[in-house]
Design a protein around this ligand. Structure first.
Ligand code: GLU
Length: 253
């Protein structure tokens, strides 16, 4: 079993089809994380879902796509999300912490060192850091492509032994994921220059990322020596299954 991992959870795993926060699934993920903690695994959670949670809190507001609108959603949604995480982790006797970061924080040496020191201290104290992009500050060109990129950077920063990316699909397929003839690609070589042939044009709604960025981040991270497992965050016991047997999902290593 890995000793230090980063787990990234996408908006589509944290919200239901009708856009509401999926408390049941978040609770199941927290149970799985708590189980890993009990086994002595150090972990950092990178969680999207702030904008989605914010939309639930302001149901009568039409999303006009304006920057300020997104800032409002994320600012109120982040509180909602952290409130939920705090309660669920507390049910396991665990503390969690909020870490918000921007792309600039990974470019600025002082910010980088400060963040790394904070992660070390939190992990030392058995606290679960819950990381998200600081969506209030990060707009347009200051933004990460998506939280997959943020998760890849965090994995390298903390020297993780594995990065798990949970989304609403099983992984990479050799055709449209919902087509009966499509096969799940279980292993991708990060040095295979043709791996992006598995990226399907259509992306799921909700989050900002898609399989194209997932694969790009996964190959970059794997080339840096950190294996990446992509799996469906709605499958029961997915974390354990991916980490123990790398199944069912796509492993990039
Ligand atoms: N930071 C955004 C949120 O919490 C998500 C970005 C993404 O979809 O990757 O809602």
């Amino acid at each position: 079993m890995y000793q230090r991992i980063v787990i990234k959870v996408g908006t589509n795993v944290l919200t239901r089809a009708d856009g509401r926060v999926d408390i049941t699934n978040i609770s199941s993920l927290v149970d799985q994380i708590a189980h890993l903690k009990q086994r002595g695994v150090e972990l950092v959670l990178v969680s999207s879902g702030a904008v989605g949670a914010g939309k639930e809190l302001l149901p009568n507001r039409t999303d006009d796509g304006a920057v300020a609108q997104r800032q409002v959603y994320s600012a109120i949604g982040q509180v909602r999300l952290m409130e939920l995480y705090r309660q669920l982790f507390a049910g396991h006797g665990l503390l969690c912490a909020q870490v918000l970061a921007t792309k600039g924080d990974f470019r600025d040496d002082l910010h980088y060192d400060n963040m790394l020191n904070c992660f070390r201290a939190l992990l030392m104290d058995q606290i679960v850091p819950v990381v998200n992009e600081n969506d209030v500050v990060a707009v347009t060109e200051l933004m990460f492509t998506d939280n997959d990129e943020l998760a890849g950077l965090v994995a390298r920063m903390v020297g993780a032994e594995a990065l798990v990316i949970l989304s609403s699909v099983e992984g990479l397929y050799d055709g449209p994921p919902d087509a009966a003839e499509s096969r799940l690609i279980t292993r991708v070589d990060p040095d295979d220059p043709t791996a992006d042939r598995y990226v399907q044009a259509r992306k799921t709604s909700g989050g900002r990322g898609g399989m194209a960025t997932k694969l790009r981040i996964a190959t970059e991270t794997a080339r840096a020596g950190i294996p990446v497992m992509i799996g469906n965050g709605r499958r029961p016991g997915i974390l354990h299954r991916l980490l123990e047997s790398e199944w069912p999902g796509t492993t990039v290593r």
